[in-house]
Design a protein around this ligand. Structure first.
Ligand SMILES: CC(C)(COP(=O)(O)OP(=O)(O)OC[C@H]1O[C@@H](n2cnc3c(N)ncnc32)[C@H](O)[C@@H]1OP(=O)(O)O)[C@@H](O)C(=O)NCCC(=O)NCCS
Length: 202
C-alpha cells in the first residue's frame, strides 16, 4: 500500500487549561522513508527496520506520532508470542506494548498517552481483552503514567526482560533488564465511533 503521510491535526486540549495545542496524528503505514526519519530523531535504524519487517508480516504494529511532518514518538505493539517464558505462561497470547518513546522536547504534552490509547483502541477493535507491558523497575515516571492509564501489576513478581538497545555500531543488542510487568483489561473499553483506530491512525 502506498504510504500517505498523515495530515497534521490541530486540536484544542483543555485538560490542563492550556491554550490551543498541536496534537499529533498517528501513522501505521510506515515506509522506509519514515524509518529513516524516525531513526534520525529517535533510535537506531536497525531497530526500526527490524520492527517494520515484523509489521509487514502482521507480527506487530509500529505506530509513529507525527507533528508538523516530523516523527516525535513511537510505540511498537508486539503480537508474536512473548520472548519471556513467564509472560507466555501467565499471559498467553497477550499483545505487548513495547518501545514507547517520545522525543524529550515533546514530552509532557500527552503524546505518550495518545500513543498508548491508539494501541489500546486498535486492540479493542481486534477483540483483544488484555494488553501487557514491561517497564524497568527504576522507570518510576513511566510506571506512574501506565498506572494512571489503568495498568496494574500482573501479580507474579518482577521479571528479567530482554530489551533491544543500540550497540556501539548502532545495531540493536540484547540487554537484560529487571522489569515490572503491567497488564490492562480492555474489555470495559468499547470501540467508539469517533475514536476508532482508523480515525486515529491513517
Ligand atoms: C514515558 C514517555 C513515553 C511518556 O511520554 P509523554 O509524551 O511525556 O507522556 P504524556 O505527556 O502522555 O504523560 C506524561 C505526563 O505529562 C502529563 N501531561 C499529559 N498531557 C499533558 C498536557 N497537555 N499538559 C501538561 N501535562 C500533560 C501527564 O499527566 C503525565 O504526568 P505524570 O508524569 O504525572 O504521569 C516519555 O517520558 C519517554 O519517552 N520516556 C523515555 C522512554 C521511556 O521511558 N519509555 C517507557 C518505556 S516502558
Amino acid at each position: 500500500m502506498r504510504h500517505q503521510r498523515a495530515p497534521i491535526d490541530h486540536q484544542t486540549d483543555t485538560r490542563y487549561g492550556s491554550a490551543t495545542q498541536a496534537f499529533p496524528r498517528f501513522s501505521r503505514q510506515a515506509c522506509y522513508a519514515d524509518i529513516a526519519a524516525l531513526s534520525r530523531v529517535l533510535d537506531s535504524e536497525a531497530y526500526f527496520t527490524e520492527r517494520f519487517e515484523r509489521q509487514k508480516n502482521d507480527r506487530g504494529m509500529l505506530l509513529i506520532a507525527w507533528l508538523d511532518g516530523m516523527p516525535v514518538g513511537d510505540v511498537y505493539l508486539w503480537l508474536d508470542p512473548a520472548e519471556e517464558e513467564d509472560i507466555r505462561k501467565h499471559l498467553p497470547g497477550v499483545a505487548l506494548l513495547t518501545h514507547l518513546e517520545v522525543l524529550p522536547e515533546f514530552r509532557n504534552r500527552g503524546i505518550g498517552t495518545k500513543l498508548v490509547e491508539a494501541v489500546e483502541q486498535y486492540l479493542v477493535e481486534k477483540g483483544r481483552e488484555q494488553v501487557a507491558l514491561a517497564v524497568r523497575e527504576d522507570n518510576v515516571k513511566a510506571a506512574d503514567l501506565y498506572r494512571r492509564l489503568g495498568y496494574q501489576d500482573w501479580g507474579h513478581g518482577m521479571l528479567i526482560c530482554i530489551a533491544k538497545v543500540p550497540g556501539p555500531d548502532g545495531c540493536p543488542i540484547d540487554e537484560p533488564e529487571l522489569c515490572h510487568i503491567m497488564v490492562k483489561q480492555l474489555h470495559s473499553m468499547s470501540p467508539s465511533s469517533d475514536n476508532t483506530f482508523s480515525n486515529l491512525a491513517s
